[in-house]
Design a protein. Structure first.
Ligand code: SAM
Length: 283
C-alpha cells in the first residue's frame, strides 16, 4: 500500500526539491556575483539542474543501482534480474558510449566492469566515452574519472549526442555497446538523436537501457502523469515524464532482438514507470 502511494506521488517529491534548488541556485549565483549565468536562460538552467542532480542523483542512483549493475553485467531478461552467477546475456564490452553520463554516478560500476573485462577470460576490455553536455556535470564526471584512476579507459566528451561527430573521435558503426541510464527522458529531439545513436552502434552491437517512460496502464495514471508533466518539464531541466521511449527505440532501426520491459518490481500505479533491458542491432 505505502509502496503504491509512493509510486504515485514520487514525481511531486522531485518537483518540490527542484523548486527549492531554484532558490538555492539564485542565492548561490548572487553570492558569487555571477550575474552572467543569472541573466542567461540556458546557463541558469544548466547551473540549476547541475546543483539539483548533485543532490538528487545519489538518491536516484541508490534506487537504480541493483538494476543497472544487473543490466550492465548481462543479467536482465524480460524485466527481471537474475542472480549474480546467472548471466542471461552479454556484459558490457569493447567500445562503450555512456550517453548523458551526468556527474559520474555509474563510473564506479564501469570501473568494476572494466577490471573484470581485463582479467576475465574471453572478455573484451572496455573503453568508455562519456557524453555529457552540462558543463557542471561534465567537470564533476572528469574529477570522478581521475579519482577512480580510469585515465585512458574513460574519456569524457563535454558535448551532447548531436555534437558527437564534431567533438568525439568516434565514427558511425564503431561502438560495441551504448548505455543510456535515465537520460533519454532529457535529450532534445529524441527520435532524431536516438536514430543518430543507433548509427554509431556496430552491427550486432548492444544498447543497454534503464529509463523512465510514459505510463500506459489504465486511464488514471497516464492522465495524472500528463498533468504532472506540465509542471515537471518546467522544473526538472530538460527532462520529460511522458516519453514513449520503448516505441521510439523499436522504430529507429532494425534490431536482431529486443528485450525491453517494465521492471518486475514496479508498482502498477507508478507515475514514473521504468523499463529495463537490451536491444541488439541487426547484422
Ligand atoms: C537525469 S540526468 C541522468 C544522468 C546519469 N545518467 C545518471 O544516471 O546519474 C540526464 C542527463 O542527460 C544529459 N543530457 C541532456 N541532453 C543531452 C544530450 N543532448 N546529449 C547527451 N546527454 C544529454 C543531462 O545533461 C543529464 O546529465
Amino acid at each position: 500500500m505505502l509502496k503504491d502511494i509512493w509510486a504515485v506521488v514520487k514525481p511531486w517529491f522531485f518537483i518540490c526539491i527542484s523548486t527549492t534548488f531554484f532558490f538555492i541556485t539564485v542565492a548561490k549565483l548572487i553570492s558569487e556575483g555571477d550575474l552572467d549565468t543569472l541573466r542567461s536562460k540556458k546557463k541558469f538552467g544548466e547551473a540549476w539542474f547541475g546543483n539539483l542532480w548533485r543532490f538528487v542523483g545519489p538518491k536516484a542512483q541508490a534506487e537504480a543501482e541493483g538494476w543497472v549493475i544487473s543490466l550492465l553485467e548481462g543479467r536482465v531478461e524480460n524485466g527481471r534480474a537474475a542472480v549474480k552467477t546467472d548471466a542471461v546475456s552479454h556484459a558490457l564490452e569493447g567500445v562503450v558510449l555512456e550517453v548523458g553520463a551526468g556527474s559520474g554516478m555509474w563510473t564506479k560500476v564501469l570501473a568494476d566492469i572494466a577490471l573484470a573485462s581485463e582479467t576475465g577470460e574471453g572478455r573484451t576490455p572496455i573503453k568508455v566515452y562519456g557524453v555529457e553536455p552540462n558543463p557542471m556535470s561534465a567537470a564533476a564526471l572528469k574529477r570522478r574519472v581521475e579519482q577512480l584512476g580510469l585515465d585512458g579507459r574513460y574519456e569524457v566528451i563535454p558535448a551532447g549526442i548531436e555534437d558527437l561527430e564534431k567533438e568525439s573521435p568516434l565514427k558511425p558503426g564503431s561502438v560495441d555497446c551504448i548505455m543510456t541510464v535515465q537520460c533519454l527522458c532529457s535529450i532534445p529531439e529524441p527520435e532524431k538523436n536516438m536514430r543518430l545513436l543507433y548509427e554509431y552502434l556496430k552491427k550486432g552491437g548492444r544498447w543497454y537501457v534503464y529509463e523512465h517512460v510514459r505510463a500506459d496502464e489504465g486511464v488514471f495514471i497516464p492522465a495524472f502523469q500528463k498533468f504532472t508533466n506540465f509542471f515537471w518539464k518546467r522544473l526538472m531541466g530538460t527532462c520529460q515524464l511522458c516519453r514513449p521511449t520503448t516505441d521510439t527505440l523499436h522504430k529507429i532501426g532494425e534490431w536482431e532482438s529486443i528485450d525491453l520491459a517494465v521492471r518486475s518490481t514496479e508498482s502498477r500505479y507508478a507515475a514514473m514507470p521504468h523499463v529495463v533491458g537490451t536491444l541488439k542491432k541487426a547484422v
